[in-house]
Design a protein around this ligand. Structure first.
Ligand code: DQA
Length: 148
């Protein structure tokens, strides 16, 4: 059976392409979805892709992922730096999770240096723009391979 991965995008990522292009580039979220779907099909994954500006909706998606997906890639946007609830949800479901960011959060403001997601993720990829997402999918594929 092929693996199924859920890619979760948090607040303001729907604005990609228009939002602070000097930081986030001109790539839109639809472009990233296409890149992820291509990459997933090369890796033999099923892929679901979502974005929400609402913390509760993201929590529900994480809870529901237990029955439908084998792993999670998450760009939690600003919730990365604020949400104990997201950390608890990811820890609670126990699915392998890769944290991604388009920008290198460590090269930015101090408040972006702390992540509530990192302690419950199998790893973190940040700073490679849209490519961070496909690197995260490859990292998950590698993780699944090692679990065999
Ligand atoms: C981000 C980095 C976060 O600090 C920020 O709040 C975002 C986007 C990134 O992908 O670089 O919304 O997660």
């Amino acid at each position: 059976m092929g693996k199924s991965v859920l890619v979760i995008n948090g607040p303001n990522l729907n604005l990609l392409g228009k939002r602070e292009p000097e930081i986030y580039g001109r790539t839109t979220l639809s472009d990233i979805e296409r890149m992820c779907k291509n990459c997933a099909s090369n890796l033999g994954f099923e892929l679901a892709f979502m974005q929400s500006n609402h913390e509760g909706e993201i929590l529900d998606a994480i809870h529901n992922a237990v029955d439908t997906h084998d792993g999670i890639v998450i760009n939690a946007g600003a919730f990365t730096h604020t949400s104990v609830a997201l950390m608890d949800a990811l820890k609670g479901v126990g699915l392998p999770c890769v944290e991604v960011h388009l920008s290198n959060t460590f090269a930015r403001e101090d408040f972006r240096h702390h992540s509530y997601i990192s302690p419950v993720a199998i790893g973190v990829i940040c700073g490679f723009g849209a490519k961070s997402y496909t690197l995260a999918l490859e990292a998950l594929a590698n993780y699944f391979e090692q679990q065999k």
